[in-house]
Design a protein around this ligand. Structure first.
Ligand SMILES: C[S@@+](CC[C@H](N)C(=O)[O-])C[C@H]1O[C@@H](n2cnc3c(N)ncnc32)[C@H](O)[C@@H]1O
Length: 450
């Protein structure tokens, strides 16, 4: 198939409906999803902010908004799989297509394969309409032809050339380099678990504010607010919310009865083992989830110094601590890679360092498409933060180094480097990498200072 060059948009589509660019099409779920996908092509765009703001701007009602979001996230999550399908029907290659046409085709395949409520005829004809609405009317025949060819072939997908990594890359829409890294670090079974967990709707875990309610009482309170939740312990205080929930909109959230926090993060905070009355330092604290959980373990007694590089983000911690009534948290801005003698010494230190985030792909699918090069400098920064943090730790104190990523270079190797360069000053008490489906991907290393 050949795409014709773009020209001025035609007014009439194949089913005879009239679209003016600025009225009815703006309110359409498919148009909104396409706009959002086009915006995601600029570096640094966040999926949730992008789609939420466009749904609001385009005035979509709840049903259309949900459809736009489903289309958008499915294409974002399945992009490599979809492109493998499309490549078989675009003789000149996908790189030759204009961006709006490519996104329209991706949305078309997405509807044909994953949207059960959309029949095949509607998926094709609406894709043709969308091509016109996006100002690419001359490509509408091409879009029609590609999607119909896929249908004629019974939605057949060509076999993938290459080995296991290439096949898994297409199947789970994950870049080959990342699949290879997981295969070599964790073996095929765990890599498969990670890949499976990277797709689909993530669970929502809550952490009960144990200063105000028990986990059981929170379950009951949530039920009264129409939210089904169940205990998900260990760790103590962890709940799993069921169904489509917006926890931050609940009155119980406003009353500071819980915060939203994945189970792995709750396990990480518990691994620090903080006790009432201690001095604890969280060097990379924003938005504050782990500081909150730790302060609750400390029964709001002692001191928790929460730092973050950015003043604005430090304020987020202070704000959350206020809502939860955690007065021992003192948040301020500071660079964790630079030693600050004014902070004094601590019983425990948490180093939850900035990382590539490959453990939370299911929450932010765009993360997996980061170029490999863009994460290569992270281990050096992480090591600097870890090494600096050790200087705050009292002898006999505990330090937790953690990331929400699944790359040994940012995890085990950073910790090993510290052990190698500090002549036996630290020993590993416990070290765990979470590759399961019931938590985000996570790494936690608990170190003790001699
Ligand atoms: C993984 S997040 C921390 C999440 C946090 N611990 C929580 O549970 O909510 C990493 C944080 O490190 C901060 N950060 C990045 N570089 C930093 C630095 N050099 N010093 C201090 N904080 C830094 C980022 O702003 C980000 O908020």
């Amino acid at each position: 198939m050949k795409e014709k060059p773009d020209g001025p948009p035609e007014r009439k589509n194949i089913v005879g409906r009239l679209y003016k660019k600025d009225d009815c099409m703006k309110k359409d779920a498919r148009y909104t999803a396409a706009q959002a996908l086009l915006r995601m092509e600029s570096a640094g765009a966040y999926s949730n902010l992008t789609i939420d703001s466009l749904i609001e701007k385009n005035g979509l009602d709840a049903r259309e908004g949900a459809f736009a979001a489903a289309l958008f996230y499915t294409v974002l999550e399945r992009r490599l799989t979809i492109d493998h399908v499309l490549a078989a029907y675009c003789a000149r290659g996908l790189a030759s297509l204009s961006k709006p046409v490519l996104q329209t085709l991706r949305l078309g395949v997405c509807q044909l394969v994953w949207m059960d409520g959309v029949d095949d005829y509607a998926a094709v004809s609406e894709s043709v309409n969308l091509t016109r609405a996006l100002g690419c009317a001359k490509a509408s025949g091409f879009v029609n032809g590609v999607l119909r060819a896929f249908l004629r072939a019974d939605k057949a997908v060509l076999p993938v050339k290459g080995g296991t990594a290439e096949r898994l890359s297409v199947e789970y829409s994950c870049p080959v380099w990342l699949v290879e890294a997981w295969l070599s670090a964790y073996g095929e079974a765990a890599a498969l678990r990670v890949l499976r967990a990277s797709l689909g709707r993530p669970p929502i875990y809550l952490r009960a504010n144990t200063l105000r309610v028990s986990a059981q009482q929170l379950c009951e309170r949530l039920a009264a607010e129409g939210v089904a939740a169940q205990l998900a312990e260990p760790p103590a205080g962890c709940l799993l919310a069921r169904g489509r929930v917006e926890p931050e909109s609940l009155a119980s959230f406003g009353e500071g009865l819980f915060h939203v926090q994945d189970r792995a993060s709750q396990l990480c905070a518990a691994a620090l083992g903080a006790l009432p009355g201690e001095r604890v330092l969280d060097v990379c604290a924003a938005p504050g989830g782990k500081s909150f959980t730790i302060a609750e373990h400390m029964e709001n007694s002692g001191e928790l110094v929460a730092r973050d590089l950015h003043q604005k983000r430090a304020r987020m911690v202070q704000c959350g601590a206020k809502r939860l009534g955690l007065s021992i948290i003192h948040a301020s801005a500071g660079d964790a890679a630079v030693y600050d003698a004014s902070l004094g010494s601590f019983d425990r230190v948490l180093c939850d360092v900035p990382c590539s985030g490959f453990g939370v792909i299911r929450r932010k699918p765009e993360i997996k498409y980061k170029p490999q090069k863009s994460v290569e400098g992270l281990p050096e920064i992480q090591y600097k933060i870890l090494k600096t943090s050790t200087h705050y730790l009292k002898s006999g104190g505990t330090l937790v180094y953690s990331t929400c990523t699944l790359l040994p270079a940012e995890n085990e190797r950073v910790v090993q480097r510290l052990l190698d360069e500090t002549n036996g000053a630290f020993n590993i008490v416990e070290q765990r990498v979470y590759t399961g489906e019931d938590t985000d991907g996570f790494f936690v290393s608990v170190l003790k200072k001699r």
